[in-house]
Design a protein around this ligand. Structure first.
Ligand code: GDP
Ligand code: MG
Length: 327
């Protein structure tokens, strides 16, 4: 058992422009009012989408290794910082996909890493400038659902990086954003098993991020999105909104990690299957027999005998011995 390390002072907070610092302090104050003194953020998504860069942008320090060439390794990394009685934990994870498939080993390592921890918010990261979804997206979404349960998607903020882009084909930025988000949300809902009627319970808000050093800034020196929104405070605001959306944080315990045992899940249905069998099969047969009896239908050999001797009932005419003689 390893004791949690004493978190370091959040010095990165002072690296932000004063305008951003003010907004961040306001948000921390609001969280404190709601009795939230610790925030644990889990960051997941495919490789190379900007997870580590986003972690660094939030902390304001280079804490996670950023790599253009997906040599991430398998281990998650947790960074903890404190500021005025508030603790921020942010967990960066590897990309899960290897050679076109989910790396189950990486998934297991992440689960074990999270054992005993409580996830307040999942940042599901992808790029804004990805033009189609594929089975890899679905695999990552399913892996997250299978690992932590469907409920984690109630605690999710979708983060789209590379937000400073010029949409292709002369598309308007907002139209492009809308289309991109809708297709991503469709995949998430399908991979998470969120039905139409549950949309309200899984709001899945989206925040835009531009981690590039070439991101435009406003007059206060804050990095801004194409519409002028300073995205760091906006991202933190969206995170606090998820925290107070009324859903429960995800406590990762052994039971959650083990998940429902497929054998036991089947056993649950056995009495039901037997009942269905009884009603449809057994009752069905009985009904058919009774119908035959009331319709006067007889066994095949008896019918043949009647055909031979005429329509009179052989039993009534000569007693049961008549049939026996014939046979
Ligand atoms: P990860 O594999 O998901 O952790 O992705 P990284 O954070 O390591 O980023 C992968 C590459 O994308 C690096 O070269 C980053 O510099 C770059 N990158 C990440 N986020 C952004 C972004 O928002 N805009 C741009 N232009 N590049 C980014
Ligand atoms: Mg990374």
């Amino acid at each position: 058992m390893s004791a949690a390390p004493i978190p370091r002072e959040w010095v990165g907070l002072q690296q932000f422009p004063a305008a951003t610092q003010t907004k961040l302090h306001e948000l921390l104050g609001k969280l404190k009012e709601e009795d939230v003194s610790t925030l644990t953020i889990l960051v997941m998504g495919k490789g190379g989408v900007g997870k580590s860069s986003t972690v660094n942008s939030i902390v304001g320090e280079r804490v996670a290794t950023v790599s253009a060439f997906q040599s991430e390794g398998l281990r998650p990394m947790m960074c903890s910082r404190t500021r005025a009685g508030f603790t921020l934990n942010i967990i960066d994870t590897p990309g899960l996909i290897e050679g076109g498939y989910i790396n189950e080993q990486a998934v297991e390592i992440i689960k074990r890493f999270l054992l005993g921890k409580t996830v307040d918010v999942l940042l599901y990261v992808d790029r804004l400038d990805a033009y189609r979804m594929d089975t890899l997206d679905e695999q990552v979404i399913r892996a997250i659902t299978n690992s932590f349960g469907k409920a984690i998607w109630r605690r999710t903020l979708v983060v789209l990086t590379h937000a400073q882009l010029s949409p292709p084909d002369g598309l308007d930025y907002n139209d492009f954003f809308t289309r991109r988000s809708e297709s991503l949300l469709r995949y998430i809902r399908s991979g998470a098993g969120v039905g139409k009627r549950e949309h309200g319970d899984f709001p899945l808000p989206i925040a835009l991020v531009e981690n590039s050093g070439r991101c435009k800034t406003n007059e206060h020196g804050e990095k801004v999105l194409p519409d002028g929104t300073p995205w760091v405070p906006n991202l933190m605001k969206e995170i606090t909104t998820v925290v107070s959306n009324g859903s429960k944080p995800i406590h990762v315990d052994q039971k959650l990690i083990d998940g429902p045992n497929p054998n036991n899940r089947w056993k649950m249905f056995i009495p039901l299957i037997l009942m269905v069998e009884y009603f449809f099969v057994v009752k069905g047969i009985r009904r058919a027999i009774q119908a035959d009896i009331s319709n006067g239908k007889l066994d095949d050999w008896e019918q043949r005998y009647r055909d031979l001797v005429g329509s009179k009932d052989p039993v009534d005419q000569k007693g049961s011995s008549a049939i026996n003689r014939k046979a």
